[in-house]
Design a binder for this molecule. Structure first.
Ligand SMILES: [Zn+2]
Length: 291
């Protein structure tokens, strides 16, 4: 088929039509890629090759439960462009127990693991009770304080409680990013006042629920902003072409950067350059040091 040529690196058919093969003018770091998701099992190497073609050169693979974090850490030892986080997502918070805590602590000692998380609060769906979510979050804040690693935080409809808890812990933590920030202006400024970093996905392209972000996304100082796909979730809703299977992937990060740059009133190249500097500093990614 003419619109889905074979990908050179893999021999597999690329799911990305020509209009979605966008190359960033400057190398990018995708700070939130769920590459242990089943949907990537079949074509992970081809996915990474497409990311490299798009100039997405470094990826942080999200580890959101013990199995996922273990797999993320393993992938990060196999592929030089990958790093991993290790934590328990608030959806799974009721699973937190001393054995899990010890297993996470051991993962945090691995060189390929660069952050504690994904952890946090999600009162949108409450798959675990708020009390269990707070207990698991505080235990992971303690692990971050102990290891000195930065935090990869998830928050949905829980901004007030998150700010209260982080306010109590802030002095003991190194750095923290609220990934996929989707809250309001007041919550954003509350996080910035706590000296936190902010992750942005393609959410602001979502006409149903994300357009409010466009009004204040420029409030985030450049040195506190990082970008992410959160793939395979959150496929941007305003892409210029359709993707077979509707799976989001790291090669589409340049599109998110382009959108974000537009609403921040800055150039795509400058935003790409600055978010990469910030991400490398935040996750302490020194390319010469190895893993
Ligand atoms: Zn999340």
């Amino acid at each position: 088929m003419s619109d889905t040529p074979q990908h050179q690196a893999s021999g597999q058919e690329s799911p990305l039509p020509e209009a979605l093969r966008i190359t960033s003018p400057s190398p990018l770091v995708d700070i939130g890629a769920n590459l242990t998701h089943d949907s990537f099992e079949r074509d992970l190497e081809a996915t990474l090759a497409r990311a490299a073609d798009a100039n997405v050169t470094t990826l942080v693979v999200t580890g959101a439960d013990l199995e996922g974090a273990t797999r993320a850490a393993r992938l990060a030892t196999q592929f030089p462009s990958l790093h991993a986080t290790a934590g328990l997502h608030p959806h799974h918070a009721s699973e937190w127990c001393p054995e899990l805590e010890q297993a996470m602590r051991e993962l945090h000692r691995q060189k390929s693991v660069v952050a504690v998380g994904e952890c946090g609060l999600d009162f949108h769906r409450n798959f675990s009770s708020p009390a269990d979510q707070e207990r698991a979050l505080e235990a992971q804040l303690a692990l971050a304080a102990e290891s000195g690693l930065p935090l990869f935080l998830h928050e949905r409809d829980a901004g007030r409680r998150m700010r209260e808890i982080l306010g109590e812990w802030r002095d003991r933590l190194s750095d923290a990013v609220v990934h996929c920030f989707t809250g309001d202006r007041e919550t954003l400024h509350g996080y910035l006042d706590l000296d936190l970093h902010i992750g942005q996905t393609g959410w602001l392209s979502d006409e149903r629920r994300g357009h409010h972000l466009r009004e204040f996304v420029a409030d985030i100082p450049a040195e506190r902003l990082m970008v992410e796909t959160d793939c395979p979730y959150l496929l941007p809703r305003n892409l210029p072409a359709k993707i077979k299977g509707r799976r989001h992937e790291p090669a589409l990060l340049p599109w998110i950067v382009r959108e974000l740059a537009h609403w921040r009133g800055e150039s795509e190249a400058e935003l790409a350059h600055q978010t990469t500097l910030t991400a490398k500093r935040f996750f302490r990614l020194n390319e010469d040091a190895g893993k």
